[in-house]
Every structure is written in C-alpha cells, then in structure tokens.
Design a binder for this molecule. Structure first.
Ligand code: ADP
Length: 377
C-alpha cells in the first residue's frame, strides 16, 4: 500500500549501531518504503516531499538536532503534523524521553518505542503513524481541491458580473437618454422609428441577460442533480428551423449565411425546451466564433440515431482543446470574444441525459463542425 508512493517514506535516523539498517530491512520487508539517513540535515531535506514518518533514535536527539528539527517542524503547513517515532532506551541521554515528548508535542505527533522492541511492535507503531500521515495527505488534497474550486468560483463570478454588466450598461444608457429627452419635453422620444429601435435594443439586451441567468441557473441545477427532462415526441427538423428563426436576426447581423441539408423528418423523444437549448448553443457559437462566414446545418439518420452537425468556417479549435471545451467554465478563446464557458458544458449534460453524444472536429483558422447524436424515437 505504501510502496511506490513517494509521499510515504519512513525516514530513519539512528546514527549509531545497526538500528537504522535493521529497522529499514524490517519495514521494507513488510512493504513499507523506508530508508536510513546519516544526518538530520539529510532528513530535513526530504521532509517536505517524502515524509511518511520519522523514526528517530533517542541518541540522535542532540541539542543541535532537537533545535533544528523543531524549527523545521514549526514551519509545517496547517494540514501537516509529521508523526515522529522515538526509539528510547534506559541509558542516560542529553534529553529524557519526557523532555523530548514535551518539546515536540507542539510541532509533531510523537510516540515512543522502548528498546529492545519486538518487530511486531515496530510494524504496528509505524503502520499507525503512516495511517495518520495518509489522512493528513488526504486533508491536504481536499484543501487543494477546495482552494481550486474557490478560485474557479471567484473567477466565474468576476466574468459573470462583467458579462451581465455589458447589456445592463446599454439598457441603462438607453433609459437615461430617453429620460433626459422627456424631462426636456423633447417629443422626438415618441418618434415611431426611435421607439421601434429602442424596443429592439431592449429586447436583445434583456434576452442576453436572461440567457446568462438561465445558464447560471442550469449550472446549479446540473451540479445539484436537479435538471429534469420533460420527454415528448419531437420532429427535429422543425425544431432546428424554429431555433434558426429565433436567431435569424443574429445570423443577419453577423452577415452569416446558413445552408440546411436536412432532407427527411426525424422523430426523437426529447425535452423540447432542452433540445432547443442545445441547438441554440451550437448556432450561437457558430455566429460568435464563425467569423461572419457561411454556416451549414445538416441532419441525417444513422444507426438508430439522429445526427445533427453545425459547421462554421471560423477561427477553429486546436485539437488539444477538443475535450476541455465541454467542461465547466472552460474556454479555448482569448479574451476578445465574450462568454462564460458554460454553453457547451450545459449542451453536453443535456445530451448525456438523452443518452446522446456530442463531438467536435476542427481545423485552426478554417472552422469547426460540432456533431451531436441522439437516439431516434
Ligand atoms: P462560451 O462561448 O461562453 O465561451 P461555450 O461553452 O459555448 O462557452 O464554448 C466553450 C469554448 O469553446 C469557447 O470559449 C470557444 O473557445 C470554443 N468554441 C465553442 N464553439 C466554437 C466554434 N464554433 N468555433 C471555435 N471555437 C468554439
């Protein structure tokens, strides 16, 4: 269990006699990684990365060594409390065992092995120490994971606030301008063209905000396992066209022509709203990352599955990012194009729930094809 795990070496310091070699032999024979060291400075060098426990002979505890060891142990991380096993004897020493225990009880967890001891006692004491140490490493890993999660969350919050702020600022500006005109008694505020333009801008910005909020809510539903499906029979070609109509304005604004290759009607059993979300995400990305170049949407039947592909001729994705972009908050693009890195994650989760799959093929600078498959009805 401990062998091959570099975190779990028992460091042995017993400079006189054969104690160190003998203990190392016994421990190694029992499958525990153990090595004798000749000086405390060598031991201290290994402590940071390789320490499972320190097996130390009482006679190695000189004033200088005790001082050095205490200084090193005080610097341990919050999760770490190196198990020290002190091999004592009845001979007169510089420090009594009681004194050593007192010295190290603040900085490590110390236990006593009175010589001569039986092999079984040595093994039991070392195993117990290693178990304690293993727990400490588990705590360390958990702390690291939590730190990562907190950093990820903070980064997400800052990006999300920025993403929400952009449409909010535009809305605020529109409202403030109209308010000023009204206060001045300027009737141009009621000009039908201006009113129409205001409604269109407002509609777009409100949609953007609500899409962002929906994505955030979906993430929390997915993480908490609360995303549920409302399955019904859906004709996929019709659904694709509906989504296209909803996004027609965006395609037009991006000057992006769309070609459809969908000859036959295909029935699938799916959650209409969620499938709409899948197609919307792929279309939105084709607009966002498609460099205003033509987009092709195709749909075929293949091995009891409906296979839908969205191909753009935009910036493309490097192969090493193919998997990553389907993870939460992951983006392959630099800062120039805004986004939260949630769309493809949500898309993949929805398809997983439908027993479907999604994949990407791409050439950097030439474009990408996202293909999803779901079982036929
Ligand atoms: P967002 O677009 O908000 O960043 P997504 O989860 O939809 O989040 O996409 C994740 C990343 O995948 C994007 O940031 C982008 O780097 C990359 N990506 C997605 N679709 C395309 C595409 N059609 N072309 C190039 N890159 C894409």
């Amino acid at each position: 269990m401990y062998r091959n795990n570099p975190d779990f070496e028992v460091l042995i310091l017993a400079p006189t006699g054969r104690d160190a070699e003998a203990a190392a032999e016994v421990l190694t024979g029992a499958g525990i990684l153990a090595r004798p060291y000749v000086s405390l400075s060598e031991v201290c060098e290994r402590l940071g990365t390789y320490s499972g426990a320190l097996l130390i002979a009482e006679e190695a505890m000189t004033v200088e060594n005790a001082d050095t060891l205490e200084k090193v142990l005080i610097k341990q991380q919050a999760w770490s409390s190196l198990p020290i096993i002190l091999m004592t004897s009845h001979a007169e020493r510089i420090f009594s065992a009681e004194k050593i225990i007192e010295m190290f009880s603040r900085t490590g967890s110390i236990s006593i092995l009175e010589r001569p001891f039986r092999i079984v006692t040595l093994l039991a004491t070392v195993r117990l120490a290693m178990k304690t140490r293993q727990r400490q490493y588990q705590v360390r890993d958990l702390m690291k994971q939590q730190e990562l999660a907190v950093n990820q969350r903070d980064e997400f919050l800052s990006i999300a606030s920025h993403e929400l702020k952009t449409p909010m600022t535009s809305l605020k500006l529109q409202v403030q301008t109209r308010k000023k005109l009204l206060e001045r008694g300027d009737k141009s505020v009621f000009d039908p063209d201006k009113v129409t333009s205001l409604i269109e801008i407002t509609d777009r910005q409100v949609n953007r905000i609500s899409r962002l909020v929906d994505d955030m809510l979906d993430i929390s539903r997915i993480v908490n396992g609360k995303l549920s499906l409302n399955l019904e029979e859906v004709e996929l070609r019709q659904l694709v066209m509906e989504v296209y109509k909803n996004l027609a304005h965006e395609f037009e604004t991006a000057d992006c022509d769309v070609t459809f290759r969908m000859e036959e009607e295909i029935l699938v059993r799916c959650d209409r709203y969620r499938m709409e979300q899948v197609i919307t995400n792929l279309f939105s990305n084709a607009i966002k990352y498609g460099a205003c170049k033509p987009v092709t949407v195709s749909m075929v039947r293949e091995n009891n599955h409906a296979v839908v592909s969205v191909t753009d001729s935009g910036m493309g994705i490097a192969e090493e990012n193919y998997d990553r972009i389907f993870d939460r908050f992951e983006r392959a693009t630099g800062g120039s194009i805004s986004g939260l890195g949630l769309g493809l994650y949500i898309t993949k989760q929805i398809l997983d729930m439908h027993k479907g799959t999604i994949s990407v093929k791409s050439t950097l600078g030439k474009g990408s094809t996202f293909t999803f498959k779901i079982p036929l009805s």
